[in-house]
Design a protein around this ligand. Structure first.
Ligand code: NAD
Length: 249
């Protein structure tokens, strides 16, 4: 049954009609056609940049200016990007099936821009900053002002991007909520993620262990494809609108 699209779509239609609780676990692939590069793959950012220097907590404290230059470049790119039909079809789906959640590894805020309401940003949001010492948090207005690294207006310590850097654990409260939602869903769509990054790549296992159907949407097979009940190969921008449209019929 895997990869026979008409069979898959018919089976998924039946499953969607019979189910209430949906999860969309998304990754960098869903935002690729909005103009944001993925990390891995032929044009991925890690082909050009060293993640341990530019996106790790140790790299940040060793050379905050360098890490901030990388994040400022990405913030400016992402600030100007718009959601694509992959993001908007998830937001539309949420209006029909209210018990739907987006658990995203993306830090680009595009699910919110698309109109989704129940979003858990597992790795934070690049368009927000926070102080490394005090409770100050803020949203970025267009761009971070020079000089870098930016300093907290309140306590004069370093500001940092509000994202999980390599070497840091996920926020405990956020993770527990994601675990609970995954344990309780009927259907989990796994969209545009290589599932190389833990602990997030455990969430489909929690869902499956509790009886959920797993549906992968990815332009390529992943290390978890064999575990999926259905695997739809293709771009999220094309496949999600077709797949989720069946919920309207
Ligand atoms: P990844 O780069 O490891 O994998 C991307 C996946 O998307 C691959 O499996 C690839 O086959 C698939 N893909 C590429 N184009 C696609 C398309 N058009 N449609 C469907 N699938 C497509 O990304 P990941 O698994 O999300 O890696 C995790 C880390 O990457 C996260 O920590 C996340 O914060 C970070 N990241 C986020 C963004 C963003 O916010 N947009 C961008 C780059 C990286």
């Amino acid at each position: 049954m895997k990869n026979n699209k008409s069979n898959i779509f018919q089976n998924i239609k039946d499953k969607i009609i019979d189910s209430d609780k949906f999860v969309f676990l998304t990754g960098a692939g869903i935002s690729k056609e909005s103009g944001i590069p993925t990390f891995r793959g032929p044009e991925g950012l890690w082909r050009k940049y060293d993640p341990m220097r530019l996106a790790s907590v140790s790299g940040f404290y060793k050379d905050p200016k360098l890490v901030w230059e990388f994040y400022k470049y990405r913030q400016e790119l992402i600030y100007n990007c718009s959601p694509n039909p992959g993001h908007t079809s998830i937001a539309d789906f949420e209006k029909i099936k209210e018990s739907s959640y987006v658990l995203t590894q993306n830090i680009d805020g595009l699910h919110e821009k698309a109109g989704s309401k129940n979003i858990i940003e597992l790795h934070g949001n690049i368009l927000k900053v926070e102080c490394t010492e005090c409770i100050f948090k803020d949203k970025i207005k267009q761009r971070i002002e020079e000089p870098l690294p930016p300093i907290c207006n309140i306590c004069k310590n370093l500001l940092r991007p509000s994202v999980i850097l390599f070497g840091e654990p996920l926020n405990q409260e956020v993770w527990e909520k994601a675990e609970q939602i995954s344990n309780n869903c009927d259907v989990m769509f796994i969209v545009g993620t290589s599932l190389n990054v833990g602990p997030v790549n455990q969430l489909p296992l929690y869902a499956k262990r509790n009886g959920a159907i797993l549906i992968e949407v990815n332009s390529e097979p992943t290390i978890f494809t064999e575990l999926m009940d259905y695997s739809v190969q293709g771009s999220a921008t094309e496949m999600l609108p077709q797949l989720l449209d069946i919920a309207h019929k």
